[in-house]
Design a protein around this ligand. Structure first.
Ligand code: FAD
Length: 399
């Protein structure tokens, strides 16, 4: 008895997330027979939990400067061919109401589920077939085609698009399959690590600041070449909030964070102008920073034992040092909170092996990588979804 021949498609897409659904719908519109395989029982889970349930689906100001990659120019072509305006037009065609929250970040007025329903409808109108849930067991390449063995029947196609995302939040479906496929076909992978992730503090630092959990400060946080002015949030394990999440993508273990607690203000000049004040340093700081933080920070950095003494008892030099520390509070995180708490994965499939126009692997005809599995990682604020749409669109035009 001969084994049943695998069902044949033109394109198999692995991963029914943002990039995979966009790509499948685009390829289907070109009358390609497309199969979308998803191992998790529900499609688009990351979309559902994104943006606090409202999906920050793009950013009006999205361009290559919003991405980290070993090749920072790689994303340019795809972003230019499918821009935030194109995705907004799609969202509007489906009557999904949206708003700009801040800094060009666009969210659904109602629910992220609308974006999932839209992508599903796009796939259905392009006659995409689904296998959900369906585990991929093995991939072989024979006579120019990919044979994908699954928990169901095997399937075959001349184009294989890998859209398995990064490693964040494994409990809703993340796996390293995409990296394994890359390795199988001789494609390099830049070591993945968590990004847009809260940072932990050492127990000694936590002892001082840990009970400020929930307190937030408008700060400018710098780390290596990343510099972000947004809120910094104290948590019971360390630091979070948009400014920290952004800076975390630039943090390599052991790097200091430089935190300007009074951005836009020359703190030394300000303290000098208050040098005859009878208030304590903590009292002065509490005019500009949350009271409890001002207290704790002043004990550590401000004036030691003199935190409660009047500013006028401090020398000009000491005030200048305190001012400098306010504009550059150096903090050494002890680590990140890992993939369970990260929004994205830094690193991934090395772009040197891919065409920036089509996402095709140059050495393996018919193989494509799109979305977060690729070494292209966006800043917070809708850029990661825009990369998923743009790279998915690019591959969908040719796969
Ligand atoms: C909590 C949270 C909030 C976020 N909020 C935002 C936001 O508001 N705006 C923004 O731009 N970005 C946001 N992101 C990031 C964004 O969700 C991702 O960058 C984006 O989903 C990447 O799209 P993707 O299609 O490449 O991967 P994913 O959307 O992760 O899709 C990958 C798919 O592949 C499937 N898969 C994985 N392994 C296998 C396998 N072995 N076999 C078959 N299928 C597999 C997964 O189950 C998943 O469905 C957020 C992320 C998190 C974790």
């Amino acid at each position: 008895m001969t084994a049943a021949r695998p069902a044949t498609y033109d394109v198999i897409v692995i991963g029914a997330g943002a990039a995979g659904m966009m790509c499948a719908a685009q390829a289907g519109r070109r009358d390609r027979r497309v199969l979308l395989i998803e191992h998790y029982p529900i499609i688009g889970e990351k979309i559902r939990i994104s943006g606090g349930g409202r999906c920050n689906f793009t950013n009006l100001h999205c361009d290559a400067t919003n991405f980290l990659s070993q090749n920072p120019d790689f994303c340019r072509s795809a972003l230019a061919r499918y821009s935030p305006r194109d995705f907004i037009a799609l969202v509007e065609r489906y009557g999904i109401a949206w708003h700009e929250k801040k800094l060009g970040q666009l969210f659904c007025d109602d629910s992220a589920l609308q974006i999932i329903a839209m992508l599903r409808a796009e796939c259905e109108s392009a006659a995409v077939d689904w296998r959900v849930p369906c585990a991929v067991e093995k991939i072989d390449r024979k006579s120019g085609a990919f044979i994908v063995s699954t928990s169901g029947a095997a399937v075959r196609a001349t184009s294989l698009v890998v859209a398995t995302g990064g490693l964040t939040v494994p409990k809703i479906g993340a796996t390293p399959l995409g990296y394994r496929i890359a390795e199988q076909f001789g494609v390099g992978v830049v070591a993945p690590r968590p990004a847009l992730v809260p940072l932990a503090l050492e127990p000694a630092t936590l002892e001082r600041y840990g009970d400020l959990s929930g307190v937030s400060i408008d700060a400018e946080v710098s780390c290596n070449e990343g510099r972000f002015r947004e809120n910094l949030l104290f948590t019971h394990r360390g630091l979070s909030g948009p400014a920290i999440l952004q800076a975390s993508s630039y943090w390599n273990g052991g790097d200091l964070l430089h935190i300007d607690l009074l951005p836009g203000l020359d703190a030394s000049a300000w303290l000098a102008s208050e040098k005859s004040a009878s208030a304590s340093v903590a009292g002065l700081l509490a005019q500009r920073l949350p009271h409890r933080f001002a207290q704790q920070w002043s004990v550590e950095y401000g004036s030691g034992q003199q935190a409660t003494g009047p500013v006028r008892s401090l020398s000009e030099r000491r005030l200048c040092e305190i001012g400098a520390a306010l504009n550059d509070w150096s903090v050494l995180p002890s680590g990140t909170l890992g993939f369970n708490k990260a929004e994205v994965t830094l690193g991934g499939v090395d772009t040197r092996h891919l065409s920036s126009k089509t996402m095709a692997v140059e050495s393996v005809p018919g193989l494509y990588f799109i979305g977060e599995v690729v070494d292209v990682t966006g800043h917070l604020g809708g850029h990661n979804f825009q990369w998923a749409w743009s790279s998915g669109f690019a591959a969908g035009q040719v796969a």
